[in-house]
Write a protein that binds this ligand. Structure first.
Ligand code: PBG
Length: 323
């Protein structure tokens, strides 16, 4: 196809033509909204580095869930900030933990909304790591039982989907076994299969109060330069029984999302993380980019790369912009 016979600009001339040749769509169907749960009532604390995102008690969480439903967003994902933290992350698997109580409250008020729970220990351990710590090591196998118990407690509370984000080896199988043993055959596992050790989680650690007290997460989360390892991680989680696989963060890893989309016939999610959100918000506040256009462009890029589901703090804003 050669100029001047073919002119690529012909189909860009007006919005209706552009709509007709558009290859990728974004709909509220694609969006999952993250929420940060605390104990108490009437609590709504904005996170400094994430304008528009709050730590909230159950009442606020339920209000947000109704809003999501009304905007056509099918699902939320919950993160808990516990009352107290300890070495064994006790509140992570406490039936009266903040996430477990929030799941029940949401399922009472908005039963059709899909409730996903993040399964990890870092918000609940006093050292902020995602597993049991011995000296300066994060122990893999002893952590699996606690993760499985956490997932089970979420399923018992009524969670539709559990999403392990800890990056311990073997956790998907451990969770699947435990759920099946207890009769939760229909509880879905959305595995954070490919999760990189990323600078872009910074604002989340403020939101979830989960910054590690020593060291960092590079002994369990993936090394950013690695691509083949991402394929191995995805394959492992699929073998172990994951129903949905996730890549995280999203924007700096669009190549990985695209490759996993090509390679595996599994539902694919991507997490547009806190730092991705914060950057767009910050540049928008400075007047350096148009934040709404940057939001929509980043979200459509994740769809174009091949993710069907996008976990994003922009979910409500994007759903509003789409309606
Ligand atoms: C828990 C967890 C993290 C995120 C999701 N689950 C933080 C981390 O691994 O340090 C990050 C989400 C975000 O940055 O928005 N392990």
């Amino acid at each position: 196809m050669q100029y001047p016979v073919y002119r690529a600009r012909r189909t860009r001339r007006n919005e209706n033509l552009r709509r007709m040749v558009r290859e990728t769509r974004l709909s509220p169907d694609n969006l999952i909204y993250p929420l940060f749960v605390v104990h108490g009532e009437g609590i709504r604390r904005e996170i400094g580095s994430m304008p528009g995102v709050f730590q909230q008690s159950m009442d606020g969480i339920v209000r947000e869930c109704r809003e999501c439903r009304d905007l056509g967003i099918p699902a939320v994902i919950l993160f808990g900030i516990p009352q107290s933290k300890d070495a064994l992350a006790s509140e992570a698997y406490d039936p009266d933990g903040c996430v477990q109580l929030a799941v029940k409250a949401i399922k009472d008020a908005v039963p059709e909304l899909v409730v996903i729970t993040d399964v990890c220990l870092c918000e609940y351990t006093d050292h902020g790591h995602c597993g049991i710590v011995e000296g300066d090591r994060i122990l893999n196998d002893p952590t699996l039982e606690l993760l499985a118990q956490s997932a089970l407690s979420h399923a018992r509370a009524g969670a539709d989907i559990v999403a392990p984000s800890d990056m311990m080896d073997g956790r998907v199988a451990a969770i699947r076994d435990c759920l099946d043993e207890e009769g939760f055959h229909d509880t879905i596992i959305m595995a954070y299969a490919v999760k990189y050790a990323s600078a872009f989680y910074g604002p989340f650690r403020e939101a979830a109060e989960s910054a590690p007290a020593f060291g960092d997460r590079r002994s369990y989360q993936m090394d950013p330069p690695n691509r083949l390892e991402a394929l191995r991680e995805a394959a492992l989680d699929i073998e172990e029984g994951a129903d949905v696989i996730m890549v995280k963060p999203a924007l700096p890893y669009l190549d990985i999302i695209a490759e996993i989309r090509e390679r595996y016939d599994m539902p694919l999610a991507a997490y547009q993380v806190s730092g991705e959100y914060a950057m767009i918000q910050a540049a928008g506040r400075l007047g350096w980019v148009d934040p709404e256009r940057a939001m929509m462009e980043s979200l459509i890029s994740i769809r174009r790369a091949g993710a069907a589901m996008i976990l994003t703090y922009f979910a409500k804003d994007a759903a509003r912009a789409l309606s």
